[in-house]
Design a protein around this ligand. Structure first.
Ligand code: AGP
Length: 367
């Protein structure tokens, strides 16, 4: 059936506003309300004993996978190999027997991801897929599907599917941590609480939309934009840069903040704004000192932080967005909504075709 815009200017705007809803719906599917435990369907492998995981996807789904890697390695102590599907499919990597293949896709039809799925299956790995389209080709060919309950996504630029993917990956991490004995009951409860808190916090992000629009005024004037983040905020920076490129046609590049001094720092001047994804938490001070270096070289800083980090950032940044404070585990979800809104507001200023950017297809079914 036809999906309308419900009074929003674009599908992308409508879908941005659906973040709280789809995170909540996806959690409802994965967390038992009575026990507050993550419940997974029967798995094609034993989570307690798998030696490694391999994650593959394309585009935004790949960035979701990168965040998943940070979580699975740090919390469940599962070593992860990750690669974009177009590389993995031809690389013939020496994957450890017994590893779990994991792929992520909104459409379930992306040609490269499907080919990677088949390559993983061909070498005998079980494949778990995080899919929004539960009746897709990938769904049929996977051993297990974990559904993202995001509903149809019409905008070519992915938004709500991404946070739904993160929600599933976060739940998978919790279940893995429990199975592997790296997460005790109190730890699990703490992380589940953080997830259940997310829909409300995600809704609060929109109270910053007018401030993000001011930030967009600077971004829209630029030819190049640098995005910086560390840890799980680094793939968020990549997602922000991709979204900006896709819909505003402004060149953007994301760097791990600690890598800046190894090259991109030579780009920095007043004309290249720096968008920082810097939530409070264990990597805050490290990222802050990278931003101070950039500032010292004349860089204009635009910061996405949270309430706890806002004062420190305001001292150096031209614009600081104090996103709602959440448990450090789930900061990438909240930060993502911020950078996606920035891309949207910038595209509005540029007057581009937000929902149908040039040269792009919603689902890339050719190689
Ligand atoms: C994101 O905004 C994109 N348009 C694109 O990168 C997308 O995420 C990628 O093509 C993967 O699509 P899929 O999730 O349907 O496999």
């Amino acid at each position: 059936g036809a999906v309308g815009k419900d009074g929003y200017r674009h599908y992308m705007e409508k879908e941005l506003h659906e973040h709280p809803l789809v995170i909540g719906q996806t959690l409802q599917r994965m967390v038992d309300p009575a026990t507050r435990k993550v419940v997974l369907p029967p798995l094609p492998c034993d989570l307690a004993t798998i030696p490694r995981g391999v994650i593959t996807a394309c585009g935004s789904a790949y960035y979701a996978g990168m965040i998943g890697r940070y979580w699975l390695e740090e919390i469940a102590r599962l070593p992860i190999d990750i690669d974009v599907a177009s590389e993995l499919r031809y690389r013939n990597p020496p994957l450890t027997p017994g590893s779990l293949g994991m792929l992520i896709s909104q459409s379930g039809e992306t040609a490269d991801t499907l080919a990677a799925l088949r390559a993983l299956k061909a070498i005998g790995l079980p494949v778990l897929s995080v899919l929004n389209a539960e009746h897709s080709t990938m769904a049929r060919e996977s051993d297990l599907v974990l559904g993202t309950v995001a509903g149809p996504e019409i905008s070519v630029a992915s938004t709500k599917a991404f946070t739904a993917q993160l929600t599933v990956l976060a739940c998978l991490t919790i279940a893995m941590g429990r199975a592997r004995g790296t997460l005790d009951e109190a730890g699990e409860d703490e992380l589940v609480t953080a997830l259940l808190d997310l829909p409300g916090k995600a809704a609060e992000v929109f109270s910053h939309q007018a401030d993000i629009r001011k930030m967009a005024g600077i971004v829209a004037e630029a030819r190049d934009v640098l995005y910086l983040g560390r840890g799980s905020a680094y793939p968020v920076a990549m997602e922000g840069a991709l979204k900006l490129k896709e819909i505003s046609y402004i060149h953007a590049e994301a760097y791990a903040a600690g890598e800046m001094k190894h090259g991109p720092i030579s780009l920095i001047d007043r004309t290249v704004p720096i968008v920082a994804t810097i939530p409070s938490g264990p990597l805050f001070e490290k990222t802050l000192s990278n931003l101070q270096e950039a500032k010292a070289r004349g860089g204009r800083l635009l910061a996405f932080t949270d309430e706890a980090g806002a004062e420190r950032l305001s001292a150096i940044a031209e614009h600081t967005i104090a996103l709602p404070e959440v448990h450090p585990f789930v900061t990438p979800v909240i930060q993502t909504i911020g950078v996606q809104i920035l891309a949207y507001e910038t595209a509005l200023l540029k007057g581009t075709d937000v929902d149908q950017p040039r040269n792009l297809a919603k689902s890339v079914t050719v190689e």
